[in-house]
Write a protein that binds this ligand. Structure first.
Ligand SMILES: Nc1ncnc2[nH]cnc12
Ligand SMILES: [Zn+2]
Length: 332
């Protein structure tokens, strides 16, 4: 087995709806009497040809229509956690798109309840983690406000808030008041930026949302002043190599800016984004970049350490995981 597949790591950029494998999608479609425009696993997989972020989002939102009950969300997250654990993920901070479910009439409490049921069960796998509620930046802000009105009543169910969906032309600033409220409740703040959008989107997430981590951020390199800022303030970037290639944010893995980002002193982590759709989970993303860029054991360990120290896990848990990474690096 590739060494990277056993590296203990933290997954910081993972949309739970993006872990919906075709087999489970069809099973849930049957269980819930939901019609999908795909009759078989093969037909569904054949639709995984994306030209950009929007072409992916269209399929992503269509497929998640099969998720209807608390048990569905539990089964989805339990399947992800089992698979991630097998690839070395020891801590997972999981994004969920609540609005995409409440808009279909699924109660917020069933979404969060089901995801939490699965996380409770993950303790058996020795895994820890939490939930990050993402606002959809391409939907009216009133929809985000409505879901937040429910979420804020139970902030202890969340680690933080995030911002995702179609980036270009959908500024972050209208969501700033929700982030301010979330911070006041003690929640963390992250945001997608610099995936398809330019460095100005990263600046906006930092300035207006006070994002502690930037999800993707691969276009930051286009602005030397931004690179200096990110490096100086040690702001983590949750990079997703397979996603960037499959959504054509970069032309190929060989041309991915990851090595340049590391060379620029950026605090990079490697993650999977929507692994069911992009061809691999966290360990496979790590294995692929290790092979592509000839990363040795200590460079891989450094990426894993970044993921742990950039996580929102308590200090004690971080220390435990850093110990596991040291042992892995020493070849234990
Ligand atoms: N890569 C991505 N970018 C923005 N929103 C997303 N939602 C799920 N995956 C996403
Ligand atoms: Zn993402």
């Amino acid at each position: 087995m590739t060494a990277a597949l056993t590296l203990p790591t933290a997954e910081l950029h993972l949309h739970i709806e993006g872990t919906l494998e075709p087999e489970l999608a069809l099973k849930l479609a049957g269980r819930n009497g939901v019609e999908l425009p795909f009759a078989s696993v093969e037909e569904l997989r054949a639709a995984y040809r994306f030209t950009d972020l929007q072409s992916f989002l269209d399929l992503y939102y269509a497929c998640m229509a099969v998720l209807r009950t608390r048990a569905d969300f539990r089964d989805l997250a339990a399947a992800y956690l089992t698979r991630a654990a097998a690839e070395g993920v020891r801590h997972a901070e999981i994004f969920f798109d609540a609005q995409a479910h409440t808009a279909r009439g699924v109660p917020y409490k069933d979404v969060v309840g089901g995801l939490q049921d699965a996380l409770d069960g993950a303790a058996r796998l020795g895994m820890t983690g939490g939930l990050i509620l993402c606002f959809l930046r391409d939907a009216p802000v009133e929809e985000a406000e409505a879901v937040w009105a429910e979420a804020r009543r139970q902030p202890e169910a969340l680690l933080g808030v995030g911002l995702d969906s179609a980036e270009v032309g959908n500024p972050a600033t209208p969501f700033a008041h929700l982030y301010a409220e979330a911070r006041a409740l003690g929640l963390h703040a992250v945001a997608h930026a610099g995936e398809e959008g330019g460095p100005e989107y990263v600046w906006e997430a930092l300035r207006e949302l006070r994002a502690e981590r930037i999800d993707h951020g691969i276009r930051s390199l286009e602005d030397p002043q931004l690179v200096r800022h990110l490096a100086e303030h040690r702001i983590p970037l949750t990079v997703c190599p397979f996603s960037n290639v499959r959504l054509r944010a970069v032309p190929s893995l060989a041309e991915h800016p990851l090595p340049a980002m590391l060379a620029a002193g950026l605090r990079v982590t490697v993650n999977s984004d929507d692994p069911a759709y992009f061809g691999g989970y966290a360990g496979q993303n790590l294995a692929a970049v290790a092979e592509q860029f000839g990363l040795d054991r200590s460079s891989l360990a450094e990426l894993a350490r970044n993921s742990v120290t950039a996580s929102f896990a308590p200090d004690g848990r971080q220390a435990e995981l850093l110990g596991e990474i040291d042992a892995w690096e020493a070849g234990a």
